[in-house]
Design a binder for this molecule. Structure first.
Ligand code: HEM
Length: 74
């Protein structure tokens, strides 16, 4: 349903990934350059479904998720 995540840490800064993982809805609404680029790329305008519930995004889960995304090199 979403774009493949391979190489995602090259497409995005860590700063943006943190915003998106912690609060996708808010990040989708922002006019951050990387959000605008993502919207153009996925050709979609609706607000994203929250995959990760905010209350589950503890500091530890966030770190693990970032490590996982960084491991998806192509
Ligand atoms: C561990 C699980 C997941 C993580 C860490 C994750 C992370 C991300 C990231 C980083 C992006 C931006 C990708 C880019 O710019 O190329 C993205 C986009 C997207 N993801 Fe996921 N994702 C996950 C699971 C899912 C699932 C299960 C779905 C759907 C059922 C989904 C749907 C989408 C969609 C539709 C987008 C495009 C932008 C949007 O509409 O929000 N993702 N995801």
């Amino acid at each position: 349903m979403g774009p493949g995540l391979k190489g995602v840490t090259r497409r995005h800064s860590e700063e943006w990934l943190e915003l998106f993982l912690k609060d996708p809805q808010q990040t989708w609404k922002s006019d951050h350059r990387e959000t605008l680029e993502l919207k153009k790329r996925v050709k979609k305008t609706r607000v994203p479904v929250t995959v990760c519930r905010k209350e589950h995004m503890t500091a530890e889960n966030y770190r693990n998720l970032m490590d996982y995304l960084k491991s998806l090199k192509d």
